[in-house]
Design a protein around this ligand. Sequence first.
Ligand SMILES: Nc1ncnc2c1ncn2[C@@H]1O[C@H](COP(=O)(O)OP(=O)(O)O)[C@@H](O)[C@H]1O
Ligand SMILES: [Mg+2]
Length: 118
Amino acid sequence: MHVRDLTLTNFRSYPGASLTLSPGVTTLLGRNGQGKTNIIEAIGYVATLGSHRVASDQPMVRFGEDSAIVRSTVIRDGRESLVELEIIPGKANRARLNRSPAGRQRDVLGTLRTVLCP
Ligand SMILES: Nc1ncnc2c1ncn2[C@@H]1O[C@H](COP(=O)(O)OP(=O)(O)O)[C@@H](O)[C@H]1O
Ligand SMILES: [Mg+2]
């Protein structure tokens, strides 16, 4: 399984960011506070619909914005799945799997599985 694409909109420090990743190991290099952990948090959010850092959604939305979007294409056994999550503090978050609205947000759980070693 690998995360091939990750696109962030108003997620934490990122107004917009788009990454394409290869199978295997990816190392994020950057200054303190540059946004490395924010990317790990976004990938973790796709996997768990939660954050390893905070208990509520608001801190994940860029300061001054109303909502954040995390989009990820996950490759598993040669098949790709597109997970799109909209984080809207104070309202119901929205989730789409392969461009169809998920009946329940948690229907996207299991598409991506991650292990976090703090
Ligand atoms: N909700 C937010 N809106 C805007 N910037 C944020 C938000 N949350 C965190 N940041 C910024 O993200 C940066 C921290 O990013 P982080 O991924 O933890 O850095 P690092 O590269 O050290 O892991 C800080 O500059 C912080 O101000
Ligand atoms: Mg960090």
